[in-house]
Design a binder for this molecule. Structure first.
Ligand code: NDP
Length: 596
């Protein structure tokens, strides 16, 4: 592929991307955000609880306690119960199952990943999603159905926050302390705290002074806005609303705010890439034609494509898999035996082409050329999370909606009555923070609790310089603990697949322990060290890409973290990782684990 034959100028685009990135780099990086604790803790109050649960503290013993009742915890509980593991309890901060879908009920909340691969346990539940992309309420209902199907409600502890986990060496049990005074015991712990569970606020000067109404999108206040997840925010018709943030959440709720508010000011620091959504109802004939095993096959197909692999047919055919399709058609890539440098060059060209298409879409939908220009993203597609929406861009044609583009600088200040950007004050009745979630902070801070393992060792101490695990799952000196996360494990854009693979792996290990009469397992020091070395050696590949990206949570806000390589996922991609785990199980010798 010759660069001179392209419809864009790669050199000019490279330069433009660099300029836009440099505008956004800030010295305070991740420190620019405020923790939602202390005087900001009201931002994480649960607006969905109808009645507070009253119960006595628990001191009983369960075979497995799973922390977190989102997809990860639910899938773990389902797979463990299928594997015949004994008593299981899910401990969950919220008032029900659902995790991210319990909390994020903002208008328009929906999943950008195809429902047929995103919703877990579809074949087990005999459920077919209503459309190619599922909305929040359907996903929340599916979560609750998993809870019912696997009998998880009976033993679950909702509205319960874990405050500390302590390993009891004498009995080889974990003691789970909570904010309700519980000291429950469990032989095994599965931690599934969620990757984006802790909302963050921007540390904008004056944020404490604001006297109007305010909330974070993950705790949407329908009392104030009226309406519901489908929109119709009828209490905003006489309100001036400011929304800060135009990431995946902002993109989904802004059309509803624009349709309802008397005036809407959207404060933008970096535009998102907005591709076609094109949602459509599920075709019943297609659904009926699916053979058993289709769900896993479809998930594997997607994982292969989104991690750069080749498959016979792209089953999902969506915006996530398109970039690799582009690459294949651009370069006749299949079977050509190109070297890594040439593949990287072609990938960049395919990316430029894709982003040109995204930028052209903005011109197609936004009437005011100045507004359209401000809405164009100048960075590589996967520097930020790609978004898919058919109404977002048109929202800026509404007379009551104003885009306040801050040219990468962000909001300057908040006063007692409004928001200051580009030197101008916008008085508003309400500020909605669509400012996302903590990512680069320490695991135990995001979890909200620390773990005390053998000889008083804290997990926060052990991980002070980065993760230290075997397979991202086990941690020496923290026996019988399973960590469901993508750090040092398999990462895929479609998280639930990785969670499912991990859950089945955990089921196997727990059953092996029980069958062999073991009371504790943990990785050997050698196995853990070797795994960390392998993770670091494979991580180098993505580092240069991230460094060139515009700042965001994908690249630690543009500040290379010395721990990034160590905290990264398995660099060969998700399917090779899952195959590696399957081979480990097939070997049957529990290699790298110390059993007592
Ligand atoms: P993000 O972190 O993606 O976005 C936060 C937004 O706040 C960004 O636009 C950011 O700008 C902006 N911001 C932060 N500080 C300031 C400031 N001082 N002034 C102005 N703007 C500011 O959070 P989201 O909640 O949007 O999304 C988080 C993740 O949740 C997504 O990446 C995705 O993984 C998931 N999600 C998934 C959905 C789905 O369809 N499956 C839907 C919604 C969310 P900047 O970009 O410049 O940093």
């Amino acid at each position: 592929m010759q660069e001179s034959k392209l419809e864009f100028d790669p050199v000019a685009l490279r330069k433009k991307y660099r300029i836009e990135r440099d505008k956004r780099l800030r010295r305070d990086g991740n420190q620019q955000y405020l923790s939602v604790s202390g005087e900001f803790s009201n931002y994480v109050d649960d607006p969905h609880i109808e009645q507070e649960i009253k119960r006595e503290p628990l001191t009983d013993t369960t075979q497995v306690i799973i922390i977190g009742g989102g997809f990860g915890g639910l899938i773990a509980a389902a797979r463990l119960s299928q594997a015949g593991v004994g008593s299981i309890r899910v401990v969950e901060k919220g008032g029900d199952f659902g995790g991210t879908w319990y909390w994020n009920r903002y208008p328009g909340a929906a999943c950008d990943t195809e429902s047929y691969i995103y919703l877990p346990l579809l074949e087990e539940l005999g459920y077919m999603p209503k459309a190619k992309y599922a909305h929040g309420p359907e996903i929340l209902a599916h979560s609750q159905n998993i809870g019912r199907k696997f009998g998880l409600y009976e033993n679950a502890c909702f509205q319960t926050e874990v405050t500390e986990l302590v390993w009891d060496e004498l009995t080889c049990h974990w003691i789970v302390h909570t904010n309700r005074g519980d000291a429950m015991r469990a032989r095994f712990i599965v931690m599934s705290n969620g990757p984006l569970n802790r909302p963050k606020l921007p540390g904008i000067d004056g944020i404490k002074d604001y006297q109007g109404h305010t909330f974070h999108t993950s705790r949407w206040d329908y009392e104030y806005t009226g309406g519901g997840p489908e929109g119709d925010l009828n209490r905003l018709t006489d309100k001036k609303v400011g929304v800060i943030g135009t990431g995946a959440t902002g993109v989904q709720c802004i059309p509803h705010l624009g349709a309802a508010a008397k005036a809407l000011y959207v404060f933008q620091r970096t535009p998102s890439s907005i591709d076609v959504r094109d949602n459509r109802p599920t075709d019943p004939q297609w659904a009926a034609s699916l053979a058993p095993g289709w769900h896993k096959q479809r998930m594997d197909n997607f994982n292969t494509l989104t991690s750069g692999g080749i498959v016979e047919e792209d089953l999902v055919k969506d915006g996530w898999t398109e970039i690799i399709r582009n690459l294949i058609s651009m370069a006749n890539y299949r079977g050509k035996g190109l070297d890594r440098g040439e593949i990287a060059r072609l990938m960049e060209l395919a990316d430029f082409q894709k982003m040109e298409q995204i930028r052209n879409r903005v011109d197609q939908w936004v009437e005011d050329p100045e507004v359209a220009e401000a809405l164009k993203p100048y960075y590589r597609q996967f520097c930020k999370r790609p978004c898919f929406h058919d109404d977002y861009l048109q929202t800026y044609n509404r007379p009551n909606v104003q885009l306040i583009d801050t040219q990468g600088k962000g909001v300057e200040k908040i006063t007692d009555s409004g928001v200051v950007a580009n030197g101008q004050t916008y008085d508003v009745d309400c500020i909605i923070f669509a400012t996302g979630f903590e990512v680069g902070t320490d695991y135990t801070r995001r979890a909200g609790y620390d773990l005390i393992g053998r000889q008083g060792l804290r997990l926060s101490e052990k991980w002070a310089d980065g993760l230290q695990t075997l397979h991202g799952l086990h941690c020496r000196n923290f026996p019988n603990l399973f960590i469901m996360s993508t750090g040092q494990a398999g990462f895929t854009t479609n998280f639930p697949t990785a969670m499912d693979e991990t859950a089945q792996h955990i089921g196997y290990i727990i059953n092996q322990c029980v069958e062999r009469g073991m009371t504790s397992i943990e990785p050997t020091q050698e196995a853990e060290d070797a795994w960390v070395r392998e993770i670091i050696s494979l991580a180098r590949i993505g580092a240069a890409f991230q460094e060139d990206c515009t700042p965001g949570y994908y690249n630690n806000e543009g500040q290379p973290d010395p721990r990034s390589a160590r905290n990264s996922s398995y660099g060969r991609g998700p399917n090779p990782f899952f195959r590696k785990m399957a081979a480990w199980r097939a070997a049957g010798d529990m290699q790298g684990l110390e059993l007592r």
